[in-house]
Ligand binder design. Structure first.
Ligand SMILES: *Cc1c(COP(=O)(O)O)cnc(C)c1O
Length: 244
């Protein structure tokens, strides 16, 4: 009898990863870029450890989560079972969760306000950890979305560096859903270049090939790897809640 594997669900995940890997490699070839210049951040938000493990076993080692509490519930166990993983925070960070975020994440893609810079600078003084920092831009200037407006970006980046002593590594953007992403990626790349920033966190499942074309160094890909997310907020257990 053949081994049919653990379940249909977990079985299709590495296939998603393989397809994304192939598309990333193709986009890099077309853009004449080295594959090693693009970090694939596998966005595992809402998926539990059982769904994540096959992706780790398939060789993926950089993951993204958008909530600190959810990540705290899932990742410490996985990280001790699989040394060498790196975890990126891609969602908004409340200042009162900065301590936990600095302790857990290797990169934070959502630096978007002075009060957060202040909280990060404080944790950098206390903790020996230095997650890589990205300033989030709101390139579409959408009122409901986090991020620094493009016109405020230069002064905000200067403030991060000079006032708070934070090493900013790059910029992150999330284009408006109804817009063509390319102009948003181009604007983000232009602002990064004039501020001497090397890293660009841009591109998701639907548009990572365009983002690679436009210089992305970090692409954040969720559904193309893990499948569709239930359109619900995560269950309390996924956020680390336990009955007392
Ligand atoms: C969920 C999320 C992603 C991944 O989106 P997909 O379309 O599933 O690839 C990328 N970036 C951020 C900030 C996200 O919240």
């Amino acid at each position: 009898m053949t081994n049919e594997g653990p379940s249909q669900l977990t079985e299709h995940l590495p296939t998603g990863l393989a397809a994304v890997e192939e598309a990333v490699a193709r986009a890099c070839r077309e853009a004449r870029r080295d594959r090693a210049s693009v970090t694939l951040v596998a966005v595992s938000k809402t998926f539990d450890a059982d769904a994540i493990e096959p992706v780790i076993k398939a060789g993926q080692c950089v993951f993204g989560e958008n909530r600190v509490q959810e990540a705290k519930a899932k990742w410490p166990g996985l990280m001790s079972a699989y040394p060498g993983l790196s975890l990126h925070l891609i969602g908004p960070l409340q200042s009162n969760k900065t301590k936990e975020a600095v302790a857990l994440f290797d990169a934070i893609h959502s630096v978007d306000r002075a009060s957060l810079c202040e909280a990060l600078a404080k944790e950098f003084r206390i903790q020996a950890r230095r997650p890589q920092l990205f300033v989030q831009l709101n390139t579409g200037e959408e009122p409901q979305k986090a991020g620094i407006a493009p016109t405020d970006a230069d002064s905000f980046i200067a403030g991060c560096r000079e006032k708070y002593g934070l090493p900013i590594s790059g910029l992150m953007c999330i284009p408006p859903v109804d817009d063509a992403p390319a102009p948003h990626f181009a604007l983000t790349a232009k602002i990064a270049a004039r501020n001497g920033l090397e890293n660009l966190s841009m591109g998701m499942s639907a548009d990572f090939a365009i983002a690679i074309q436009m210089g992305a160094t970090h692409i954040r890909v969720g559904s193309a790897i893990f499948g569709h997310r239930a359109n619900l907020s995560p269950a309390p257990s996924a956020r680390g809640w336990r009955p007392s």
